[in-house]
Design a protein around this ligand. Structure first.
Ligand SMILES: Nc1ncnc2c1ncn2[C@@H]1O[C@H](COP(=O)(O)OP(=O)(O)OP(=O)(O)O)[C@@H](O)[C@H]1O
Length: 256
């Protein structure tokens, strides 16, 4: 397993947020963590990264990330947070190049290869035309793709993405999800993403983990997890669930 979590407990501000969470993500697969607001999805990603005090076992690419220096960690796993602090005035290209930092020697400069990799990632995300633009002159969706670009420039084997598509139009949602899937297939990338769009989650992920109240309420193939009853119970929403052309579930809201 590339990401293995067993019996994870996390408390924030003295309150339990994750309770006995277990998760196994095989190498080269894609797991989407779904669940209602406040269920603990972002907390789970941050705990997997080793950024939070916790009890239980976590191994990423065979390592306990909390024991590693940030630079070592950044060579194993890339993380695209939901709302990162973006340095004001920095250009899109320079921000993407930050993804290469773990490979640049201390007091050294980036190599031509680092710049090529940053340029290629921007190209794949349709951002080349914005390369010289300061980050604070971008739209919300453009910013979200730049954060993903920085993570992809790290060229790690594990990718943790917190809500990578929330600010994107439907075309860019498809572009980003297809790109991640392509990388998964071509480079064997292991992907864990939180995501609110349940149909999108079901279309791309191999497995879904439904978190509710800090616990795993269901886990398995999209068709097993995305049931009308589970959505009603954990999201308090009424939906129709129909099998799509490829058999994966498609959800639509049911008007009262
Ligand atoms: N630093 C903190 N101190 C105390 N409580 C926190 C802290 N950070 C998050 N929480 C709480 O932990 C719970 C889980 O938060 P988390 O951000 O992981 O949820 P989420 O499932 O990602 O939610 P959303 O879908 O709204 O993004 C929430 O109830 C939140 O209020």
């Amino acid at each position: 397993m590339t990401v293995a979590v067993r019996g994870l407990d996390v408390a924030l501000g003295g309150r339990p947020v994750l309770k006995g969470v277990s998760l196994e993500v095989p190498a080269g697969s894609w797991t989407a963590v779904i669940g209602p607001n406040g269920a603990g999805k972002s907390t789970l990603l941050r705990a997997v990264l080793g950024l939070l005090p916790c009890a239980g076992e976590i191994a990423v690419a065979g390592a306990d990330l909390s024991a590693l220096k940030p630079r070592q960690r950044a060579r194993l796993v890339a993380y695209a947070p939901q709302s990162p602090n973006l340095p004001v005035g920095m250009t899109v290209f320079d921000y993407t190049l930050l993804g290469r930092s773990p490979y640049i020697p201390h007091l050294g400069r980036e190599s031509a290869r680092d710049r090529t990799i940053a340029g290629e990632v921007l190209d794949r995300l349709d951002l080349t035309g914005l390369a010289d633009r300061p980050l604070d002159h971008l739209s919300g969706g453009e910013r979200q793709r730049v954060v993903l670009a920085r993570a992809l420039a790290q060229q790690t084997s594990v990718l943790l993405l917190d809500e990578p598509t929330t600010a994107l139009d439907i075309g860019h949602q498809q572009q980003v999800m297809e790109l991640i899937d392509q990388l998964r297939l071509s480079d064997g990338l292991t992907v864990v993403t939180t995501i609110h769009d349940l149909t999108l989650a079901g279309q791309y992920a191999d497995d879904l983990v439904l978190l509710s109240g800090g616990r795993v309420a269901a886990a398995g193939a999209p068709g097993e997890v995305l049931t009308r009853a589970a959505i009603q119970e954990h999201f308090d929403a009424r939906v129709h669930v129909l099998p799509g052309p490829d058999g994966r579930p498609l959800l639509s809201l049911e008007r009262p």
